[in-house]
Ligand binder design. Structure first.
Ligand SMILES: C[S@@+](CC[C@H](N)C(=O)[O-])C[C@H]1O[C@@H](n2cnc3c(N)ncnc32)[C@H](O)[C@@H]1O
Length: 216
C-alpha cells in the first residue's frame, strides 16, 4: 500500500505489521505488556463508557480497555491497515461490543454518536504538525461535552538530552515527525485545541507519557 505520509513510521507495513506486538515486546526488553496494562489502568475508565481508539492497531489496547468498560460499554477502533484490521478482528472476536472501522483519522470525520473518551496510543507523533491539528479537531468534534482525550505517546523532552541507549532506539525506530513531536508543548497545543484540566503519568524514564485532557 502506498504511504499517505512517506516519511512517517506509523504506517506500519509488511512483517512489522504482522509481528507488531512481538516487535514492541522485544524493543521494550519484554516489559511492554506490563507498561500497557498500567497505562490503561491509569486512564480510570468507567463501566459503560464509549471509547474511540484512533489508530487502534492490533486490538491489544482495545481488549485491555474492554476489561474496564465491561459489557455495557462500547469500543470503536479506527485504523487504515488491512493487516491491523485482520489482527484486531481476530483478537477482539470474543467481544460483541468492540468494533473495527476502516477510517483515516487525519482527515475530517464525525461519528453519529459522540464518545466519553478518545484514546490515541503512539499515533499522533507520526503525523506532520499541521495534520496533528486536524486530528485534534476530529477528537474534539467526536467527544461528548466534558469527554476526555487520553494521549499515550512520547513526552516532551530535548532529543539531544536523551539518555544514550534510549536515544539510539529512538533515532533508529522513529521518524522526523517524532523528533519534532517531542520538542513541542502538548499541554499548550491541547489548550489551544479546546482541552483543559490535564493529568499526566510517565513511564520509561519519563520519555513516555499518558496525558489526559478534558474537553472544555
Ligand atoms: C505505531 S502504530 C500504534 C498502534 C496502536 N495504537 C498501539 O498502540 O499499539 C500506528 C497505527 O496507526 C495506524 N495509522 C497510521 N496512519 C493512520 C491514519 N492516517 N488513519 C488511521 N490509522 C492510521 C497504523 O496502521 C497503525 O496501526
Amino acid at each position: 500500500m502506498t504511504k499517505i505520509y512517506p516519511d512517517s513510521h506509523i504506517e506500519v507495513q509488511g512483517l512489522s505489521a504482522r509481528y507488531y506486538n512481538l516487535v514492541l515486546t522485544i524493543i521494550s526488553g519484554g516489559v511492554y505488556d506490563t507498561f500497557l496494562k498500567s497505562a490503561i489502568a491509569a486512564m480510570n475508565i468507567q463501566p459503560g463508557e464509549h471509547i474511540l481508539d484512533l489508530g487502534c492497531g492490533t486490538g491489544r489496547n482495545a481488549c485491555l480497555i474492554r476489561n474496564y468498560t465491561g459489557n455495557n460499554g462500547h469500543i470503536t477502533g479506527m485504523d487504515i491497515s488491512e493487516e491491523m484490521a485482520r489482527q484486531f478482528r481476530r483478537n477482539c472476536a470474543a467481544f460483541n461490543n468492540v468494533e473495527y472501522k476502516n477510517q483515516r483519522v487525519d482527515i475530517p470525520f464525525k461519528e453519529k454518536k459522540s464518545f466519553d473518551t478518545v484514546f490515541m496510543s503512539f499515533v499522533l507523533h507520526g503525523f506532520p504538525h499541521e495534520v496533528r491539528l486536524q486530528v485534534l479537531q476530529n477528537i474534539f468534534n467526536n467527544l461528548k461535552p466534558n469527554g476526555r482525550f487520553c494521549l499515550l505517546d512520547f513526552s516532551q523532552f530535548h532529543l539531544k538530552d536523551m539518555a544514550f541507549p534510549y536515544r539510539i532506539l529512538f533515532k533508529t525506530f522513529e521518524c522526523k515527525y517524532a523528533f519534532d513531536f517531542v520538542e513541542r508543548d502538548w499541554k499548550q497545543i491541547l489548550t489551544g485545541a479546546g482541552f483543559m484540566n490535564f493529568d499526566e503519568y510517565f513511564w520509561f524514564k519519563k520519555y513516555v507519557r499518558l496525558l489526559i485532557a478534558a474537553k472544555k
